[in-house]
Design a protein around this ligand. Structure first.
Ligand code: ADP
Ligand code: MG
Length: 381
């Protein structure tokens, strides 16, 4: 059953009437530019075909009612403006945080009934949480009859992560899913949210392979990495590492761990700019080299990779050869690996990986292949 059908049926089952509309928001895969968004850096994510659908109706009372169709049809409801933080953090935290941020902007005043369903593997680095939050924000704006820009939706979603889920994430994920176009990479400057969609050549393919390693305690690691970066910027007298350079870091006599973290950020931001040029010049070999260098830096300098992920990246790299490359994607400590290659190679590469890699969990291997080029959104499959 398609996602659209599932969310409409779920809405009808829950509220006894058809929804008035459905907001669809994709997930995203980051091609390059990891752990740089919260350092005001450049990033290059791409929306994927899996996403979140939120069916909405206006309901008959003010306030919000919602059902999470993927989570045993759990329910939540709260009056206008009186959502309270939910402990422990779960989908309600994202719902309530997003609704509070939209209400704070005057963008959601009336009542809304929501049904939420998604097709993004959760917790694997493909931003299901950003997709859920932006989809909720868009559904609330549609129910309230107001226009909200991609930036407004993204900021509401980020506020839910920061203030209601305790994850001090940057703005990449939210902007990627709110402003990214299917088949394109979004070159986003996280310093000012300026962005440009770069169509990927339509004879390239983007492959996402799940390592099958579940991330553990990731939010603590994530926030600690962020603190290391902030410490480096402060020691250098800068507002963020976006303004740092390799020589200044080497000269500053920082703690060795903090030096490695800062070096990764500065080098990774430069790789993103080079990767954007490689895409514009249709240079898959160059893009592959940059992806390999990004992975090595995340493994050795930023220390957020993991042994199975490293092995999967190596296997993909060998199978692809020099035209294209692979790297970990997302915050790290498990989750997904992303690879770019000529689309003519996907069957061969897939067969090699299916033969050589088995997820440690014993679960079946999950491989997604994303379309490139300016294609019409094939959402809701
Ligand atoms: P990711 O890397 O996928 O963003 P997170 O741990 O940040 O991983 O977010 C996963 C959380 O987002 C889930 O635990 C859940 O609370 C929420 N979420 C994701 N998808 C859905 C969904 N389809 N319905 C309800 N909540 C969802
Ligand atoms: Mg998330």
């Amino acid at each position: 059953m398609t996602l659209l059908r599932r969310v409409r049926d779920g809405y009808l089952r829950t509220y006894g009437e058809m929804p008035e509309g459905v907001a669809f928001v994709p997930g995203r895969v980051n091609l390059i530019g990891e752990h740089v968004d919260y350092n005001d850096g450049l990033v290059l994510p791409m929306p994927i075909s899996a996403g979140t659908a939120v069916a909405w109706g206006r309901g008959d009372a003010p306030g919000v009612e919602a059902v999470a169709l993927d989570l045993d049809e759990e329910r939540d409801s709260f009056g206008p403006g009186d959502a309270t933080p939910h402990q422990p953090v779960d989908w309600r935290s994202y719902l309530r945080g997003t609704a509070a941020a939209m209400a704070g902007q005057g963008l959601h005043a009336s009542g809304a009934r929501l049904a939420i369903a998604g097709s993004i593997p959760r917790g694997s680095g493909l931003s299901s949480s950003a997709s859920v939050c932006v989809a909720i924000a868009r559904a609330l704006a549609e129910a309230g009859g107001v226009q909200a820009s991609a930036e407004t939706l993204a900021l509401a979603a980020q506020s839910a992560e920061h203030n209601w889920a305790g994850v001090r994430c940057g703005i990449m994920d939210q902007m990627a899913v709110a402003a990214g176009e299917p088949g394109c990479a979004l070159l986003l400057d996280c310093a000012d949210m300026s962005h440009r969609n770069l169509p990927l050549p339509d004879d390239w393919a983007v492959m996402i392979v799940q390592s099958g390693v579940r991330r553990g305690l990731v939010d603590g690691h994530y926030n600690r990495r962020r603190e290391d970066c902030e410490a480096a910027a402060k020691a250098l007298g800068l507002s963020s590492l976006r303004h740092a350079d390799a020589e200044a870091i080497a000269r500053a006599n920082l703690d060795p761990v903090v030096t490695r973290r800062a070096a990764h950020v500065v080098e990774e931001i430069s790789r993103v700019a080079q990767a954007a040029s490689a895409i514009e010049q249709r240079d898959l070999t160059r893009l592959g080299d940059l992806m390999r260098a990004s992975h090595a830096s995340l493994r050795d300098q930023f220390e957020v990779s993991e042994a199975h992920v490293d092995r999967l990246v190596d296997l993909l790299g060998h199978a692809i050869g020099s035209e294209g490359g692979a790297r970990m994607t997302g915050g790290g400590f498990g989750g997904a690996v992303v690879a770019v290659m000529p689309s003519s190679q996907t069957n061969r590469v897939r067969a090699r990986i299916e033969e050589d890699y088995a997820p440690p969990s014993g679960a079946p291997l999950e491989i997604m292949i994303e379309q490139t080029g300016r294609v019409l959104a094939g959402e809701c499959e």
